[in-house]
Design a protein around this ligand. Structure first.
Ligand code: T3D
Length: 262
């Protein structure tokens, strides 16, 4: 069958586009498989520093395809655990531990699991008319794809539960105020603005970026003394990098640094 994602590279930025616009890019097994393959390919590609995930057409992604056949358990009821264990959970863990920077570029609505996949990326940016929606309550489910883990950490437990219970769309502007997205761009210029934003991150120092990801992740479980030790350990490594030398030299020479990831 026809591919349902496209995967391209522009310099150091790989762009993965969910591409079933007539179904608002809803996720199927095939899409999961193609997504896994594309993420693995870009992870192994030394040229790639940033992977941007976006959607074709007017939506980012409407979450699990609700028209697809559901796997059934021995009791004849829907067996959702299987889909989560086989598809969503590995995807979220892959994103949590990804060796490049990941950007969710929300060109339109991100509903259900798609909202939580967006939050599993390192950073999200949105078009003015985009929104994030914990749609699960409307179909009598709880948020999955890591939603119940990441939302309390990002917005606090009370606001997280309210988002889940109401299933109301969070507009791009509101998501920006809540810190769920880092930038909002006008709809008309979103594709170009998103690419430029991705390129600007791709010009950053990769080792420092990975160290930031690690430090922020570990901070949620560390006390202050442990976190200070972690900073010292990571900074020691960065201090010995070519990129640190280049950063300081470029500063002294009043020019832009060119980082190599070494
Ligand atoms: O293990 C498991 O399987 C469980 C995993 C669950 C993970 C989940 O993600 S559960 C949550 C699933 N997603 C949703 O509940 C969201 C469903 N979609 C919507 O609420 C709305 O479509 C949107 C808010 C995203 C957008 O609304 P709107 O009004 O802009 O568009 P629309 O008219 O609703 O949708 C346009 C078309 O896309 C429409 O098809 P049609 O009528 O033109 O033939 C609609 O049916 C289709 N579509 C939208 N979402 C999905 C979908 N088709 C299949 N699956 C969808 N999720």
């Amino acid at each position: 069958s026809e591919p349902v994602i496209t995967s391209t590279r522009e310099d150091a930025v790989a762009i993965i586009t969910l591409n079933r616009p007539a179904r608002l890019n809803a996720l199927t097994s095939q899409m999961h498989a193609e997504l896994r393959a594309a993420l693995a390919e870009h992870a192994a590609d030394e040229q790639v520093r940033v992977v941007m995930l976006t959607g074709a057409g007017r939506a980012f992604c409407a979450g699990q395809d609700l028209t697809a056949e559901l796997p059934l358990g021995p009791d004849g009821r829907a067996d959702l655990e299987e889909t989560l264990l086989r598809e969503y959970n590995p995807l979220v863990l892959t994103l949590a531990d990804y060796p490049k920077l990941t950007i969710a570029a929300l060109n339109g609505p991100a509903a259900g699991a798609a909202a939580n996949i967006a939050l599993a990326c390192d950073i999200a940016i949105a078009a003015q008319s985009a929104n994030l929606q914990q749609a699960f309550a409307k179909i009598a489910l709880l948020p999955d794809a890591g939603g119940t883990w990441i939302l309390p950490r990002l917005v606090g437990p009370r606001r997280a539960l309210a988002l889940m219970l109401t299933a109301e769309p969070v507009s791009a502007g509101e998501a920006l105020r809540m810190g769920l997205v880092a930038k909002v761009f006008p709809d008309e210029s979103f594709p170009a603005d998103a690419r430029a934003f991705a390129q600007s991150l791709a010009a950053g120092a990769p080792l420092a970026q990975q160290a930031m990801k690690q430090a922020v992740r570990e901070s949620l479980d560390n006390d202050l003394a442990s976190q200070l030790n972690l900073e010292a350990r990571l900074q020691a490594k960065l201090g010995r990098s070519d990129d640190f030398e280049e950063g300081v030299t470029a500063f002294r020479e009043k020019r832009k640094p060119v980082f190599t990831g070494r």
